[in-house]
Structures are given as structure tokens and as C-alpha cells.
Design a protein. Structure first.
Length: 239
């Protein structure tokens, strides 16, 4: 069985769409655990109404603590042999779970399966697993299928790059991934949260040499701060 764990908060405008794509998967041996990490009253009411008669889905409520804490809570309440951490703005292809389970059963030496994805209309194809590349850049999405016995938990102190941190932590234990060279889901762009990114060139600009430092976007500051935290934690060498 797969335990599908979904943290959600605020208005969660796409959560029902995400659940719709889960319920029609060609692989049906799963449970869904939604962790309410601060939904609005209206969003909570709408979600509870949707869940009537859907026995595979459970809704948990907690005091707002952030997505990593919500994912860890969902894990503690889960029972599946495999874990699938899904965001509340993800639209899955109908055979996404089936293809991931098949790969994880076939490649017994790997600990998780990941794939490419779309963010809006832009594709993020990802790469085959490469430990050296992983130490240099975050190229594996957290929306991946993980063997339960190899999952090491999300670092609840991190505000950025939680998925990169998870894969690096697992790598340090010898746990590796396998890449399915196909985009198996689409993330709907949002104005905040994990799915919000500025255009790529913004992250490549030499902000430190610009005279108008006060105008550096907050998203860039968070990106740079997050990068430094991960590099320090995992003792990564910047090339």
C-alpha cells in the first residue's frame, strides 16, 4: 500500500483537483492522509464536504507548523509500505502511481523513485540519479515514491529546499533514487509557497555587486539563505 500524504493550508484552491487525480489512479492500493496545517474555515468546510463517502481519505488537523511538520505528522499516522508526499497543487497523470510502484519493485537496490514534472506549462525534466550532481544542485522533486524503511524524516527547521535536504540526508545513509524519464505530474503555479519561483535568470544575477541591494527580491534572499543553510548542514563544497 502507498500512503499519500498531503500537507495543506490557507485557501488550498487546488486541493480538490489534486484529490480527483489521485482517486482515478490506475493503481488503487493506497490511503490518503491530508494534514490541515491551517486551512481557512471555508476551505476546511469544502474539504470535509468533498470527503463524505470517501473512505480512503483521512483529514488530520494540527496547529500551523509548516509543511515539513505536517508531512512528518502524516507519516506518523500512515501505514503504507511506500510513502508518496504530494503537494496540494499537484495534478497527477492517471498512471503516475502505477509507474512509480512498478519501478520501485523492479529496482530493489534503490530507495525512492522520482520523475520529471511540469510547473504550469514549463517542463522540469530532471536527470538520472547522480550523487555528485545532487551535492551541487536540487534537481529531485519531493513528490516522489519512497520506501518506508528508508525514510528519514523532514527537517522541520528548514524554510527552503526541504526536498533537497531529504535526498542529501538519505544519500549520506547510502540511500539512492531512480529516475523515470517522464513528466508524471503538473504543479499549478502559486503566488506563494513551494510552487512559487521567479524566472530562472533572476537567480543567476550577481546581486552582491549591484548598487541597489535594497531592491533585491525577498524570494532571492530566501533562495540564497536556504542554499547556504543546506551547504553548511551537509558540508557541500561550492565549485
Amino acid at each position: 500500500m502507498i500512503s499519500i500524504i498531503i500537507p495543506t493550508y490557507k485557501e488550498a484552491p487546488y486541493l480538490i483537483k489534486t484529490l480527483d487525480t489521485i482517486l482515478v489512479q490506475t493503481y488503487q492500493d493506497f490511503e490518503v492522509i491530508i494534514v490541515d496545517d491551517g486551512l481557512t474555515d471555508e476551505a476546511r468546510k469544502k474539504t470535509k464536504s468533498y470527503l463524505i463517502g470517501k473512505n480512503k481519505i483521512k483529514l488530520l488537523k494540527q496547529e500551523p507548523a509548516g509543511a515539513p511538520a505536517a508531512r512528518n505528522r502524516g507519516f506518523r499516522e500512515s501505514k503504507g509500505e511506500f510513502l508518496f508526499f504530494c503537494d496540494d497543487d499537484v495534478i497527477l497523470k492517471k498512471d503516475a502511481l502505477e509507474k512509480m510502484v512498478k519501478a520501485l519493485k523492479e529496482y530493489l537496490e534503490v530507495s525512492y523513485i522520482y520523475c520529471g514534472f511540469y510547473l504550469g506549462w514549463k517542463i522540469f525534466p530532471s536527470f538520472d540519479f547522480d550523487a555528485n550532481k545532487l551535492k551541487k544542485m536540487p534537481y529531485i522533486s519531493g513528490v516522489s515514491l519512497i520506501r518506508r524503511e528508508h525514510f528519514l524524516g523532514w527537517d522541520e527547521s528548514l524554510k527552503k529546499f526541504q526536498d533537497w535536504d531529504l535526498w542529501l540526508t538519505m544519500l549520506e545513509k547510502g540511500y539512492k533514487g531512480f529516475h523515470i524519464p517522464e513528466a508524471l505530474f503538473k504543479a499549478i503555479p502559486k503566488r506563494e509557497g513551494m510552487s512559487f519561483w521567479l524566472p530562472k535568470f533572476f537567480y543567476k544575477l550577481p546581486w552582491s555587486v549591484f548598487p541597489f541591494k535594497l531592491f533585491k527580491p525577498r524570494a532571492i534572499e530566501e533562495y540564497e539563505e536556504g542554499m547556504q543553510i543546506i551547504r553548511n548542514k551537509h558540508k557541500l563544497i561550492v565549485c
